[in-house]
Design a protein around this ligand. Structure first.
Ligand code: PM9
Length: 457
């Protein structure tokens, strides 16, 4: 029987959420317009909305907060963060941003121009938004298997090199400023990219003069999968693997709120000096001085410490295997999930969970709302609502994967919380036939999933 690693930490401080009755939860989700983003955090017993900014910091990080140098310019905490990114990720230049999308904004403004194409291994909401806002068209070049929840592959986030070559042949390399490679792939279920695929993708892009920028938000989770799944890496440290991964790229955007083990922060990193000068010019317009970029000195100190802690093997092993534990329990009970379980949570296959609903009846949005009613567990829709509309035709994007994401915050929950979550989902699955679908009653024009409101069809 598979065993799972115990928590490699001791709990020093706790948070006491409200435990609502089912009637109270029905009222709460109705008030929230059946959108889990609109629920009050204190009304969510187990909050699996996101792993973004929800990390529990260590005693050393909290101590680091007291060492914040809040000078407007030249903070020593920036020097610490910059040196840490260079040491752990290997890039020559780093520009701080308040979070990941701040880095995406600057990257897209520098690299994209109207009419260009930006390929990626599956879209991500904020990333594609900034590319499109700067005139680019996104093209998905992930392997086909990533769009199928049942296919079990070790590196389901890989780029399909044939798709990439076909795009180059179709639009010309001169119209592809860069490829955005997500490591891991969030919307595919947290699926990793293999080292071999990173190496080959970089070689293909270099041959055609196309840059490669990583979305390295969950890069440590990706490194763990390489260590346990890819030949030749079992004896390497996580830090060595991370450094090798980044050597096959020209730069990266980072949301520190995930694998940076902090509650806020991000950066844009690169090796090209001219690009760095441009990014420094833009960061003062959108984020702040190049020595803080929207973060406080104390945030930067905690971030620098978090980057180092995340590369400790016992931490990342527990983090990823805790996700597997929840997934394995659900799978054993026959609940349809995206296989294999990825690095940051478990994704329910909402179409298979609620087969009586059409995609227009928003099965993932509906399932997320009902899971909250059933259990007080908050999750997130990752299907048609998140995918938004085509920027030219205005039609809904209809992703093959219509999922509900149970995202596990880092160092926050125990295996007992996973048991409760699994039991609630299994119970809901047994009673799924009576669940009615939802429709939009308010649809915002951009990134609609955050603020949309719904009601029953
Ligand atoms: N991800 C998540 O819950 C938070 C916002 S939901 C749209 O998964 C990737 C792969 C992400 C990501 C945020 C960002 C943006 C970029 N890339 O939230 O701006 O998963 O720090 O990062 C969320 P920021």
């Amino acid at each position: 029987m598979k065993t799972y690693p115990a928590e490699p930490f001791r709990i020093k401080m706790v948070e006491m959420p409200n435990i609502l009755t089912k009637e109270e939860r029905i009222e709460a989700i109705k008030t929230a317009g059946y959108n889990t983003f609109q629920l009050k955090s204190e009304d969510c017993y187990i909050d699996l909305l996101t792993d973004s900014g929800t990390n529990a910091m260590s005693d050393r990080q909290w101590a680091g907060l007291m060492m914040g140098d809040e000078a407007y310019a030249g903070s020593r905490n920036w020097a610490h963060l910059e040196a840490t990114v260079k040491e752990y990720y290997g890039y020559k230049y780093v520009v701080p941003t308040h979070q990941g999308r701040g880095a995406e904004n600057i990257l897209s403004q520098i690299m994209c121009k109207p009419g260009c194409y930006v390929p990626g291994n599956m879209y991500f909401t904020t990333t594609r938004f900034h590319q499109e806002a700067n005139g680019a068209t996104f093209r998905d070049v992930i392997i086909d298997e990533a769009h199928d929840s049942e296919i079990d592959l070790p590196f389901k986030g890989n780029v399909d090199l044939k798709k990439m070559q076909a795009l180059i042949d179709e639009v010309g390399a001169e119209n592809i400023p860069y490829l955005c490679l997500a490591i891991t792939v969030n919307l595919a279920g947290g699926q990793p990219v293999s080292m071999a695929n990173m190496r080959e993708t970089y070689a293909l892009c270099q041959k055609h003069g196309i840059k490669v920028f990583y979305d390295c938000t969950r890069c440590v989770e990706n490194a763990y999968f390489i260590k346990i799944r890819e030949e030749g890496y079992a004896d390497k440290t996580i830090k060595e693997i991370v450094l090798e991964m980044f050597s096959y790229s020209d730069g990266a955007t980072m949301s520190g709120k995930k694998d940076g083990l902090v509650n806020i922060g991000g950066f844009l990193a690169m090796n090209d000096e001219d690009m760095y000068i441009k990014a420094r010019e833009l960061v003062v317009v959108y984020e702040g001085m190049p020595s803080y970029g929207g973060m406080t000195g104390r945030d930067m100190e905690a971030f620098a410490i978090g980057i180092k802690e995340a590369c400790r093997f016992e931490y990342i092993q527990h983090r990823v295997e805790q996700c597997a534990y929840l997934g394995d329990k659900l799978e054993a009970a026959g609940v349809p999930i995206v296989r294999p379980v990825g690095g940051h949570g478990v994704f329910l296959d909402a179409r298979k969970f609620l087969p009586h609903l059409t995609q227009e009846q928003l099965p993932a949005q509906t399932l997320a709302a009902h899971l909250y009613i059933e259990s007080g567990v908050r999750s997130m829709e990752r299907g048609m609502v998140s995918a938004g509309r085509d920027k030219i035709t205005g039609e809904n994007h209809k992703p093959k994967l219509e999922t509900v994401r149970l995202t596990i915050p880092r160092r926050v929950y125990t295996y007992a919380h996973m048991d409760i979550t699994a039991d609630a989902i299994i119970n809901l699955y047994k009673n799924r036939d009576s669940i009615r679908g939802l429709k939009f009653v308010y649809e915002p024009p951009m990134l609609r999933f955050f603020n949309a409101r719904f009601d029953y069809c």
